[in-house]
Write a protein that binds this ligand. Structure first.
Ligand code: ATP
Ligand code: MG
Length: 435
């Protein structure tokens, strides 16, 4: 859409009706009617407004209310038998309708930062103030939902013009100092939409990135931003941009986008689409694949430092560590092509989470490993010996570390077709344990 056609479409009712699912459109109308009758004003704000103008799908409904947003959210929830969760302290709420549809409601507010990187204190304010505290002009647009004004576009800060010019522009000079997460957010939109960061904004961004402000962000806040960048459609680009702007140092001083990272990152995208097509019932954490790839070149202790800095939840951190431990040895074995027997393939892959298997294929580079991976995932992984520890005990073996070894050998024998029945397994146990 061109800048002028955007400027001409100040009432967006038609665009909304055309682009939004009917369910959402109707809900927005109901919200407008309810706000009108309560004497408040409700606005659609945030990414959905931007994406509507860009013609991009987005179903995240954010409502800002001039007035008592929390009372309004309660009202809305009561009326529709919806679930409600309010965070009075932040004047935000989310409403979950009986059909599962969710939306966020917030009281329009002004923000005050006690010091850089602090979470702001908030005070109720006008929609104009509320839009002014936002990160970039393209995210500072709103659509009025009330009665006759339904669909009116609200654009105090030149957001429509910047959308037309494909520009990311801060609203305030202090923006990145007040909230350095915006450094990452700027890259997110720049890369997602193929926009440019406006000159002055880029200067302020670089200045903030040259300080230690980002170091002061809490682990979870920094983690979210970084992982969101890796969750974008083309993580290679967002990683490259982080590297150019010298931001990788905030994860670890030695983290860099080395040439050796490029091929695995490029391959990861291809392996992921192969995996999703081949194993649709086995979804993987795509973002974690890119994150792990990014930090994989670091030493084990440096990887630990990154995990700690970002306070990565245990479940994900464990996977990253397992990849760090098992991927390189697996790649070495693969390079020597010694994995001809199923049991060898099994042992090669067993220590890796699915995300690590994808990295293995991506690092290895050729498609040759795919059939082996398929065999592992569909067959080898499910093969178990018939005998259990209990059986070994009944056969007169003293419980101990030997049990694990014997059971592994039995599984190997099953995998390789050397043992085909429980009797075969018993015979093998006798041989191994010299019974
Ligand atoms: P996405 O499509 O990536 O979700 P979004 O614009 O919806 O992008 P959210 O993080 O969901 O972004 O936030 C919703 C809105 O809240 C933004 O459009 C922006 O107006 C505002 N916002 C979010 N984070 C910040 C921030 N750190 N500083 C200022 N405004 C913010
Ligand atoms: Mg959003």
């Amino acid at each position: 859409m061109t800048a002028s056609s955007l400027r001409d479409s100040r009432n967006l009712r038609t665009l909304m009706r055309r682009h939004l699912p009917a369910k959402i459109f109707n809900r927005l109308q109901e919200i407008g009617v309810l706000a009108q009758s309560s004497g408040w004003s409700a606005y659609l704000v945030g990414g959905l407004v931007r994406d509507l103008l860009l013609g991009q799908d987005n179903l995240d409904v954010d409502i800002a209310v001039e007035g008592d947003g929390m009372a309004f959210a309660k009202h809305l929830a009561d009326r529709h038998g919806a679930g409600l969760k309010t965070f009075e302290q932040f004047a935000t709420a989310y409403v979950v309708f009986p059909d599962g549809f969710k939306l966020d409601v917030a009281t329009a507010r002004r923000e005050n930062y006690a010091h850089p990187t602090a979470l702001p204190t908030v005070a109720p304010a006008s929609i104009k103030d509320d839009l002014y505290r936002r990160d970039f002009t393209i995210n500072a647009l709103a659509i009025n939902l009330n009665g006759h004004a339904f669909g009116d576009l609200i654009d105090y800060y030149g957001g429509v013009s910047d959308l037309g010019k494909k520009t990311i522009r801060s609203l305030q000079d202090r923006s990145f100092v007040d909230d350095p997460t915006r450094v990452f957010r700027a890259i997110r939109y720049e890369q997602r939409f193929g926009f440019r960061i406006e000159k002055r904004t880029l200067r302020r961004l670089t200045e903030a990135a040259a300080t230690d402000l980002i170091h002061q962000l809490s682990g979870p806040r920094l983690r979210n931003e970084v992982l969101w960048l890796l969750a974008e459609k083309d993580p290679q680009r967002t990683i490259r941009r982080m590297a150019t702007l010298n931001l990788l140092r905030f994860l670890h001083p030695r983290l860099a986008l080395t040439p050796s990272l490029r091929a695995p990152l490029a391959n990861a995208t291809k392996v992921l689409s192969w995996w999703n097509g081949r194993f649709p019932d086995r979804p993987v954490d795509r973002t974690l694949v890119f994150f792990t790839s990014l930090v994989h070149g670091l030493s084990a202790s440096a990887v630990d430092a990154v995990l700690e800095r970002l306070a990565l939840p245990n479940r994900q951190a464990d996977k990253v560590r397992r990849v760090k431990t098992h991927l390189a040895p697996a790649l070495r074995v693969l390079a020597k092509r010694r994995s001809s027997k199923p049991s060898q393939a099994y042992r090669l892959f067993a220590g890796l989470p699915d995300e690590g298997l994808i990295m293995l294929a991506a690092q290895q580079g050729s498609k040759e490993v795919r059939p082996l991976l398929s065999a592992y995932l569909t067959t080898y992984q499910h093969v178990k010996p018939s005998l259990t520890g209990n059986d070994l005990k009944q056969m007169g073996l003293k419980p101990g570390p030997l049990y694990g070894k014997i059971l592994d050998r039995l599984r190997d024998a099953r995998l390789n077709g050397e043992a085909k029945s429980e009797a075969d397994e018993r015979a093998l146990v006798k041989k191994i344990a010299k019974l």
